[in-house]
Design a protein around this ligand. Structure first.
Ligand code: FAD
Length: 268
């Protein structure tokens, strides 16, 4: 067990101080909710039982012509490895905070560049699962259980221009703590545009706000709380539904109660 204070550990700087189980072997841990780097999480004051992968899963190695990466490996370390070894297709990890497990679970990415593009298979407690057997899409992968390891194709030619492009594309992100994009883009639309048109850009509740530079970033102005974050999420879902008849879907994962949105009168 390890004590994690989510006010310092999570990227949005919200949450309780709780005991988290450290996992260093492969078995059925379905009673736990797995976390990675907490860059996409909003953790409630009473979260479910949490676990995270330990040092055993913090590795990257070439084996049988594939690149094997452990679930606990952070994006920055993956990038350094592929840069040094002139391997392509991981440039999207530039300024994308997370662990391999979290990035695979979220199918993290930007525009057409997604983690699943060059993924070959993942290892969970039931063994290796091929990409073609995993239902996945935009910021979504139907994976039961923990991703302990994943293997990727190896293609030579690290692309420094692409790296620079990702840096530029993410340069407009606000400088305040956040958990990345708050809502997914609805088909054929942009969550940021809808929030802006619903006059939520810069909208504040207590010490939480939708950024005035990028409406889809829920930011912590300093000392923001879980309750303030949920109030803003509810307000945004309600306003966008009323104005555009669009039900915004959260990209951020809320680790909390079964009923987190008591004030949203439609299914979430
Ligand atoms: C400033 C900023 C910018 C961002 N930009 C982007 C972006 O451009 N594109 C993008 O896609 N995301 C972006 N994000 C969100 C975040 O970087 C990604 O979602 C990332 O994949 C989160 O990884 P994590 O390890 O922190 O996962 P966590 O936040 O800890 O967890 C996210 C989800 O993954 C699950 N999970 C974690 N580890 C495992 C595992 N080993 N096995 C199975 N499931 C697991 C968790 O249960 C949870 O459901 C951004 C976030 C921030 C703060």
């Amino acid at each position: 067990m390890k004590t994690i204070d989510f006010r310092t550990y999570s990227s949005i700087k919200i949450g309780p101080k709780v005991q988290v189980k450290i996992i260093n072997d492969i078995q059925d841990y379905s009673e736990f909710t797995i976390i990675g780097g907490a860059n996409n999480l909003l953790v409630s004051p009473t979260p479910p039982k949490l676990a995270m992968l330990g040092k055993k899963f913090d590795f990257i190695k070439e084996k049988d012509g594939f690149l094997h990466i452990g679930g606990a490996m952070p994006s920055g370390k993956i990038l350094s490895h592929v840069k040094k070894n002139d391997i392509a297709n991981f440039e999207l990890m530039q300024k994308l905070p997370g662990t391999l497990g979290g990035m695979v679970h979220m199918n993290a990415g930007l525009k057409q560049w997604e983690i699943f593009n060059h993924l070959v298979a993942i290892k969970t407690d039931i063994g290796w699962i091929k990409k073609s057997d995993i239902e996945h899409g935009y910021r979504y992968a139907n994976i039961k259980g923990i991703v302990y390891e994943a293997k990727f194709q190896i293609q030579n030619g690290f692309d420094f221009e692409l790296l620079e492009m990702f840096k530029k594309l993410r340069d407009n992100q606000p400088n305040f703590p956040s958990a990345g994009s708050c809502f997914k883009n609805p088909k054929g639309n942009f969550a940021g545009k809808l929030l802006d048109e619903a006059e939520l850009k810069g909208f504040k509740v207590g010490n939480m706000a939708f950024s005035s530079s990028h409406a889809n970033f829920l930011i912590n102005l300093g000392g923001g709380t879980y309750k303030e974050a949920i109030t803003l999420i509810e307000e945004a879902k309600n306003r966008v539904f009323e104005k555009f008849n669009i039900n915004l879907e959260l990209e951020i994962k809320v680790l909390g109660h079964t009923i987190d949105f008591p004030n949203v009168p439609f299914p979430i």
